[in-house]
Design a protein around this ligand. Sequence first.
Ligand code: EPZ
Length: 418
Amino acid sequence: MDKIIVEGGNRLEGEVTVSGAKNAVLPLMAACILTEGRNTFMNVPDLADVRTMAKLLKILGAEIYYENGELSVDTTHLNNWIAPYELVKTMRASVLVLGPLTARFGCSRVSLPGGCAIGERPIDQHLKGLSILGANIQIEEGYVETTAPKLQGKIIPFDISTVTGTENIMLASVLAEGETVLLNAACEPEVTELAVVLNKMGAKIQGAGTDIITIRGVDRLHPVEGHEVMPDRIETGTFMIASALTQGDLLIKKCRFENVGAIVGKLLEVGAEISRVDGGIRVRGSDRIKSVDITTLPYPGFPTDMQAQIMTLMSIADGLSVITETIFQQRFMHTGELRRMGADVKLVGNSAVVRGVPYLSGAPTMASDLRASASLVLAGLAAQGKTQISRVYHLDRGYERLDKKLETVGARIWREEE
Ligand code: EPZ
């Protein structure tokens, strides 16, 4: 296991390039189950979660090749519809194979995802959607078993906005008989990206990006060739905060301004200077970091995946900030570690009250989940002295060489064996 060491105090200056989006490529890989042939994607990030999904697809019988950001998924000989507990427990997004396996094989046996550091994350909405489409659902020995002769298109009202729930049911319904309408669908850009690729495969999906998505069932889908995965909006936001935190001047390349509107809005309130440049965003941090209140919301609201990162920024802001987490029950695992660095954070219900302090002090810390580890790296950039972050396998699940990218723009950051 690696640990990351950061020596704080440097301003970040220069250019960083954003990688492809983890939360886009995972459902795209699951979508390959619906085709019989070789699908290829570009701009695929080299992440632990991508490797985990590749391992799962191989268990199902797919042939996977990955090199220099190019991924090929050949599903011609898919012959297995069982996703084992040993693998699903390591990555909740494995549940995304439930819908496509049921659509392709008429059955599936997928381990229920376990608990998670950021909260109890049920999949009742995924199962509700599959059941409405006509699947018979059994839960036994910790597995979900679905059987369905042929899924029938229906109106599916989601009780809450769920990203992978929307994606799973979209994946299940593209080969169903007739029309499916998703109500209260998630509007995240990664949902739209999935619809774009499914339509490239021959699906007939309209309305992605809004809360009403219509899918007209088709008989078969064909493989997609050379789709470039969208840039990661959370990695983009993480670099934006890194610049604001260090009074830096970063040009963040290969990102989509239109996907980070809520983050831009908050950082403008904080006092950062932000400009849209061709294919990127320039963020300059100001000396004074103003305290602002943040409430996480479904897209296009402020993303929950940026909550830990902006808490780090608020921990050295000039006043009081109330950060309210409305998506997950306990996504405050990072507060304990930030406190060890001198942050003044009090949890009140599903809010964190952050009183800015003049500076953070470097300390040995431990990552608990993906975005918490990013918030600790950011804290290390701003802290006085040396910060050590252990269990960085959490970070490597969702960021491609974040430490290397930060080093190229002036951070004193390196890895050591744990
Ligand atoms: C996706 O998770 C992302 N993961 C998460 O990113 C992200 O935080 C989340 O959406 C919210 O934006 C991927 O896309 C692979 P949800 P997902 O279903 O789909 C509850 C990261 O750091 N819920 O939108 O699992 C759930 O408990 C990860 O990259 C139900 O109650 O999230 C949560 O409170 C972390 N029943 C809320 O809805 C269900 O059937 C939103 O969850 C499904 C969800």
